[in-house]
Ligand binder design. Structure first.
Ligand SMILES: [Zn+2]
Length: 160
């Protein structure tokens, strides 16, 4: 016959074993890496391409890369951006979106717009002190606090 003490001990052991087995399962509740959906991956890459294009514009206008490299790299990135937009549109199409071609063309046109035919991007002011890009109407540099003369920053931007 089992005494109450043995029964309780058995029960306690059972609970401990159950906890030991179950704890790792709880740990696994937060997966290490969640694979993003195709759409999310594309949207992410689109943001990356757009910021890469902006960086490229900045590098060109601060004289870090040659006009040739700028044109070549920018073309490649805009082409990749267009490809991403098409893939995104195809995904949207599956969900019944219409007239995506026009939207793609508009977005590609926006991407291309910065590269103007004469090779100059829209006027951009650069802090004469720390080279940070600042707004054309900013009174002070947001990085180093230098006072910015509107004319002076314009001169820097167009000196390229
Ligand atoms: Zn500055």
């Amino acid at each position: 016959m089992l005494s109450l003490g043995t029964l309780l001990l058995g029960l306690a052991l059972l609970i401990i074993v159950a906890l030991v087995v179950a704890l790792p399962l709880f740990d696994r509740k937060t997966p290490a890496i969640e694979l993003p959906s195709r759409r999310e991956a594309l949207a992410q890459e689109r943001r990356a391409v757009i910021s890469a294009i902006r960086e490229l514009d900045f590098d060109y206008h601060t004289g870090k890369i040659s006009a040739e490299d700028y044109k070549r790299l920018r073309e490649a990135r805009v082409a990749r951006g267009a490809q991403i937009l098409r893939e995104l549109a195809e995904l949207a199409d599956e969900h019944g979106a219409t007239d995506v071609e026009a939207e793609i063309e508009a977005q590609v046109a926006r991407l291309r717009k910065v590269a103007t035919s004469d090779g100059r991007a829209p006027a951009r002011a650069v802090c004469p002190s720390c080279s940070r890009v600042v707004g054309a109407d900013d009174k002070f540099c947001s990085q180093c606090g230098r006072r910015l003369q509107p004319r002076q920053s314009e001169a820097v931007a167009s000196a390229e």
